[in-house]
Write a protein that binds this ligand. Structure first.
Ligand code: SF4
Length: 371
C-alpha cells in the first residue's frame, strides 16, 4: 500500500516538512490547521493528564486520517519527560479508535547524523542519496526563511501604525515560502518579505518593551496553543523574541547542531549557575534564555508551558531566583484546553505595565543621579 504521510502541526513547520517530503516524491496529507475541533478530538480521546501537545497532535492525526493519511512521521525523544512516549501512546489510541496508522519516529540515535539520514532514506522509498540530501537542504532553506519572516513580524508589530498590514504581509510571505519550488525561490520569498515589511515605514526610534518568550517548545511555537501571544504583545506595543526558533529546534534535535547558525547550546551554558542538570524538554534552555535575554537588556521574560509540563515546572521553581539575581522580571503562563484569551490578555497587560514602570523608575533614578 502506498504511504500517504502526515505529521503533527507545530507553528509553521508544516510548510518545510511538506516541501521536503514532496520533493522526494512522497505523497503528503497535511492535517487541516488546528481548530477547536482538533483540540476537542484530541482531548476526547487522550488520557486526561496527558500533555496538551499530545492531545492536539492526536487531533491532527485523526483529522489527517479522515483525509486519507495512513502514515504518521514525527520526531522522537528520550529523557526524563513524556515526549518519548508520544508515538506509542498515540498509536495505541488510534488503533483503538479504528484508525490504525503506521508511526515512523525520526530521531538521531546514538547522536549520529547518519542515523537520521538512513531513517529518511527508508522513508523515501527508493529515492537516491543525492535526492535526499537535496530535499533536506530544501527543507532547511524553508525552515530558515520561515524563521526570518517570523522575526520580521515580531520586530515590526509594535513599530508600525497599521498592524493589520503586518499580519497580511506575514501570511502572504508564508504562502510564498510554501509555494516556492526551489531554494532560490525560497530565498526570493524571504527577500520579498523584507522589502514589504520595510515599506510599512517602521519607527525604529520608538521605545518599545522587549519581551522574551521562553519555555516549552511547542507552546512557544504554536500560536493556537499560546493564543497568539506574540500578536497580542505586538498590539500592546511590545516586541517579542523567542528563546527558541524552529530552525534551532530542527538543528539541535534532528541535525545534532551541524547546520550553521546559533543553537541552544549557549543557553545551556548560561543556565549552569542555576540549573546544571538535564530535566528533560527545554527546562534548562528556559533558565539559560532568561539569563541570556537579561544580558541582552530585555525588559522581561514570559515563560510558557503546557499545564503539568514537568521540565517547565522545574524551571518555574528556579525562575524567581534568576529573575532577582539577573534583574529581569519574569511571568509564567500555563496553557491547557480551558485557557481563555481574556485571562491571558489581562495578565500580559499587567505584566507590560510592570515593565514600563520599572523602566520609568530606572530612568528617573539615573536622571536624579546625573542631576
Ligand atoms: S516537555 Fe512538557 S509538554 Fe513536552 S512532553 Fe515533556 S512534559 Fe510534555
Amino acid at each position: 500500500m502506498r504511504r500517504r504521510i502526515t505529521f503533527p502541526h507545530m507553528g509553521t513547520s508544516h510548510i518545510a516538512i511538506r516541501g521536503m517530503l514532496e520533493s522526494i516524491g512522497l505523497e503528503v496529507v497535511t492535517p487541516p490547521p488546528i481548530t477547536r475541533r482538533t483540540l476537542s478530538l484530541g482531548t476526547q480521546y487522550s488520557p486526561e493528564f496527558a500533555c496538551l501537545p499530545l492531545k492536539i497532535n492526536l487531533g491532527n492525526f485523526i483529522e489527517a486520517y479522515e483525509m486519507g493519511a495512513n502514515t504518521v512521521v514525527m520526531s522522537g525523544g528520550w529523557g526524563p519527560c513524556r515526549f518519548g512516549y508520544y508515538a506509542q501512546v498515540q498509536r495505541e489510541i488510534l488503533k483503538d479508535l479504528g484508525c490504525p496508522m503506521e508511526m515512523i519516529v525520526l530521531e538521531a540515535p546514538d547522536s549520529r547524523i547518519t542515523g537520521i539520514l538512513n531513517q529518511v532514506k527508508d522513508l523515501a522509498e527508493g529515492a537516491s542519496w543525492l535526492g535526499i540530501i537535496g530535499a533536506v537542504k530544501f527543507g532547511w532553506e524553508k525552515v530558515r526563511a520561515l524563521d526570518e519572516v517570523e522575526m520580521m513580524a515580531q520586530e515590526h508589530r509594535p513599530r508600525v501604525a497599521d498592524q493589520g498590514a503586518v499580519e497580511r504581509i506575514y501570511q502572504e510571505s508564508l504562502k510564498e515560502i510554501d509555494r516556492a519550488a526551489s531554494r532560490k525561490e525560497v530565498r526570493d520569498a524571504a527577500g520579498g518579505a523584507k522589502e514589504k515589511f520595510a515599506s510599512l515605514g517602521p519607527d525604529w526610534e520608538k521605545e518599545v518593551a522587549r519581551v522574551g518568550i521562553i519555555g516549552e517548545i511547542y507552546t512557544v511555537l504554536e500560536p493556537f496553543v499560546n493564543l497568539n501571544i506574540e500578536r497580542h504583545l505586538g498590539r500592546l506595543g511590545a516586541e517579542a523574541k523567542r528563546s527558541i526558533y524552529l530552525s534551532q529546534w530542527v538543528n539541535d534535535h534532528l541535525f545534532l547542531g551541524l547546520m550553521p547558525g546559533r543553537g541552544t547550546k549557549e543557553l545551556i551554558k548560561n543556565a549552569q549557575p542555576y540549573l546544571n542538570y538535564w530535566v528533560g524538554g527545554h527546562g534548562r534552555e528556559t533558565i539559560g534564555a532568561a539569563v541570556y535575554l537579561s544580558q541582552l537588556g530585555y525588559d522581561g521574560v514570559i515563560q510558557l508551558g503546557p499545564l503539568t509540563c514537568m521540565p517547565e515546572i522545574v524551571a518555574q521553581s528556579i525562575l524567581p531566583l534568576v529573575s532577582a539575581r539577573e534583574d529581569i522580571p519574569a511571568m509564567t503562563l500555563y496553557f491547557d484546553e480551558h485557557t481563555g484569551e481574556a485571562g491571558l490578555l489581562t495578565r500580559i497587560e499587567a505584566f507590560l505595565e510592570l515593565l514600563r514602570r520599572k523602566k520609568a523608575n530606572r530612568k528617573g533614578t539615573k536622571q536624579l543621579r546625573e542631576a
